[in-house]
Write a protein that binds this ligand. Structure first.
Ligand SMILES: *Cc1c(COP(=O)(O)O)cnc(C)c1O
Length: 376
């Protein structure tokens, strides 16, 4: 049997160890510290290239960053929040942490992200909505100009979930800079990883300071432990931040390798009745995961393809099952401009392919061969 071909795993380079070693040498094994400070600075410099203001807060996870983004946006019990529908549950769960109510907005075929037309329709039904949470799926940027126009028109705050989209650009500006409050993730399978962790990003220093306050147990300035608000223990560890700093040095290299994988699938699968996950030509995805959809009307099922590839020791993953199809959100509203939900359709026809940057050309050729075998 061939060695297992995996979906996406961490790729370390050695630089990570240097920063971790420094934390050990200085015995700075705690949350906060020089690696956290530098990781924040280096990440915001990487994102903005010094062209705009971006204050970063390193945190235990992308989910915790999204949670504080929801708090900063002022979501209170019963508030409607318009959310991406086809995404990982972590995009939308934090709305519930604050007692908000998610209304899910359908995807579009061009990017697999939130459809601006469906968002406009959602605002007509819910004019009181003041917050939008948008995820860039699989590292493909959404239609930011259109989405931001609609948010501005309705006086709504945009929260960007760029957990999968670090290094992706929309019209030469990086994902994670478009919303008022944004989150990125360094979870184990993301384009770069700190083993686990995330960051909150905002152009407001005041907002960053408030999030820091919440993330460090909401301690008021007093000689004793004084609390006026509920706090959280959400800070990243200085050791973990060291891994992240080492990884950040290699992010462009990771992106280029991910793109190469996508291009090889595109080329290798071009004669089959499938399409790769689409993107707009004025955007640069990070190609975090290469995905395919089986063409409409073709009598083949992605779950059968998944099983077929698993038998050849190849790991794949279903497309994120849309949130409006999840039992936990069965009482939440869903807005679409199509007769059949685009998200449901992509979910029914799609599959995520092995996109690990350590995959060799030979291994990828084997995957392509197996997919061809499935169709013939
Ligand atoms: C991974 C991911 C998250 C959560 O990030 P964690 O760091 O794992 O908490 C949120 N949203 C999306 C779209 C993700 O893929």
């Amino acid at each position: 049997m061939n060695e297992k071909i995996v979906l996406s795993t961490p790729t370390m380079h050695g630089d990570e160890m240097k920063f971790v070693q420094e934390a050990f040498d200085k015995n700075w094994i705690a949350p906060l510290g020089f690696n956290c400070d530098n990781f924040e600075k280096e990440t915001s410099e990487y994102l903005t290239e010094g062209k705009e203001e971006c204050h970063a807060l390193s945190m235990v996870s992308g989910t915790s960053a999204l949670h504080l983004a929801i708090k900063l946006a002022g979501v209170k019990r019963g508030d409607i929040v318009l959310c991406s529908d086809m995404t990982f549950a972590a995009t939308v769960n934090p709305v519930s942490y604050e007692g908000g109510v998610q209304v899910f907005v359908d995807e579009e075929e061009d990017t697999w992200n939130m459809d601006p037309k469906a968002l406009e329709k959602a605002f007509i039904k819910y004019p009181q909505a003041k917050v939008v949470v948008l995820a860039h799926l699989y590292g493909t940027p959404a239609k930011m100009d259109e989405i931001l126009d609609i948010c501005n028109k309705h006086g709504a705050i945009l929260i960007e979930d760029a957990a999968e989209a670090l290094s992706a650009t929309y019209k030469d500006r990086k994902c994670g800079l478009f919303g008022k409050y944004n989150a990125i993730s360094f979870n184990g399978n993301k384009i770069i990883t700190s083993s686990g962790g995330g960051m909150l990003l905002t152009d407001s220093k005041q907002a960053r300071d408030k999030a820091f306050f919440w993330a460090t147990q909401a301690r008021e300035q007093a000689p004793w432990y004084q609390h006026q608000e509920i706090g959280y223990n959400y800070r990243m560890s200085n050791v973990v931040a060291g891994i992240g700093r080492g990884q950040l040095l290699h992010i462009e290299e990771h992106r280029d390798k991910k793109e190469k994988i996508y291009r090889r699938y595109e080329q290798g699968l071009k004669d089959l009745p499938v399409k790769m996950n689409p993107y707009l030509d004025y955007t640069k995805p990070n190609f975090w995961l290469s995905c395919l959809t089986i063409n409409k009307g073709v009598d083949k099922n992605p779950m059968d393809l998944m099983k077929f590839l698993a038998d050849a020791n190849i790991e794949t993953r279903p497309i994120w099952k849309p949130m409006h199809m999840q039992p936990v959100f069965s009482n939440n509203d869903f807005i679409s401009v199509k007769e059949k939900s685009v998200g449901e359709d992509i979910f029914a026809r799609g599959l995520c392919l092995p996109s690990d940057i350590k995959m060799t050309d030979e291994q990828q050729d084997f995957v392509i061969e197996q997919i061809k075998k499935f169709f013939n």
